[in-house]
Design a protein around this ligand. Sequence first.
Ligand code: 5BU
Length: 466
Amino acid sequence: MDELVVELFKINAIKFGDFVTKVGLNTPVYFDLRVIVSYPNLMERLSEIIIEKVDFSDVKLVCGVPYTALPIATIVSCKSKVPMVMRRKEAKSYGTKKLIEGVFTDGDSCLIIEDVVTSGSSILETTKDLRSSGLICKKAIVLLNREQGGEDFLKENGIKMQSLLSMTDLIQILFEKNLITTKTKERVTHYISSNRVKSEALTLSLKEDRLSLSFTKRATYAKNNMAKKLFNVMAKKETNLCVAADLTEATDILNLAEQVGPYICCLKTHIDILQDFHPNFIKRLKEIAETHEFILMEDRKFADIGNTVQLQYSQGLYQISSWASLITVHSLFGRSILDSIIESNDDIGVFLIAEVSSSNNLIDEKYTTETIKLGLSYESSIAGVVCQNPLFRDFPGFLQLTPGVQLDSTKDNLGQQYNSPEKVIENGADIAVVGRGITKSADIAGSAEQYRRVLWDACKRRISEC
Ligand code: 5BU
């Protein structure tokens, strides 16, 4: 081990100074094993030491925590002849792809390999995905244990962590070899003993599956103010119903809003289908929204260059920016469309359209994936995504809005496709949009109440089952 430590020091994998760790801690010592890929002999030696240390009798597979430990895990696998699996870091966030690559069967036990452990959160994230894919993860081997609480945190989560080196060993070796001064040794020792990461804080910092969380909890994750508000309204009124007010006369929309108001979290308009638009209509609609505590969304589906969108959003007859708290936007034009909207009004909640409900639409998987990525890079302006599938389970602060919902019908004659309320909730919807299913009903209020109940019950079931 002494030799290895000296080698690692020489290649600059161990640094002393002022650094910030992945979990946001300031540290006087930093261990960066990424450079090791440039030193094959060292990688090989390290892998051999891992193989010597680990009892492989109950290990069927190995898995490196992406990315730094991947090359080490590969060599360990080749030398020990224990097959490897790989965890995809991106799949969970951006799509429905496989989380784990490689061949395995339910119940196979998997050894996790990691370079450095501070809090243990990276190992646990990888473990969560391996476990949800049916693997058993009880053991981890790490090169360096920073002795800041990671070992205990992992133990609480059923993982026994073995390390080749502790920070105390490492500092002692470097000191004995005259590679660091007494002052550095003392500084690091003091730092380690007084900077343990709290496991409660860690549990909170782990990304959670939105499908299993209450809306009140999710409001705390939301970075967008309108999303926060929406979550709180949903929790308070116990509703995930949004009514699409696709009517062409102002009084009809106002009547509809009065009747469905108690049962909805959001009323969605297509303002340009109104025959008799007047600013007074907006004034009255806002009053009703305030009385019944729902939020107004204009489903304008902006899609143009930034300059045109800015004009469409804040000028013209409808002055959308002055009254709609939420709007829908196509991702087709990329970042400029979002920049132009935020420049006009930074207190907006944008729903980005990632998938649509109409048959034979042209959206493909890449478009959907890129839309989610775009949304994630504008966290404070994006309230959520319009889509049909649970594309972003790892981001509890975002809402999934799903249109195409009806109890009694599966399609209309112009390409619209409907799912039942239960099905859309199962497919990840947080808010379901119902238009004609309610507006064409003989008993509008009764129908809204029925949709609210069916959706809310399905949502409660989902939260408890996930
Ligand atoms: P319906 O009457 O429930 O079919 O109305 C659905 C509403 O949702 C309507 O206003 C559409 O413009 C809107 N919609 C949709 O149906 N499908 C989509 O993919 C998107 C919006 Br995006």
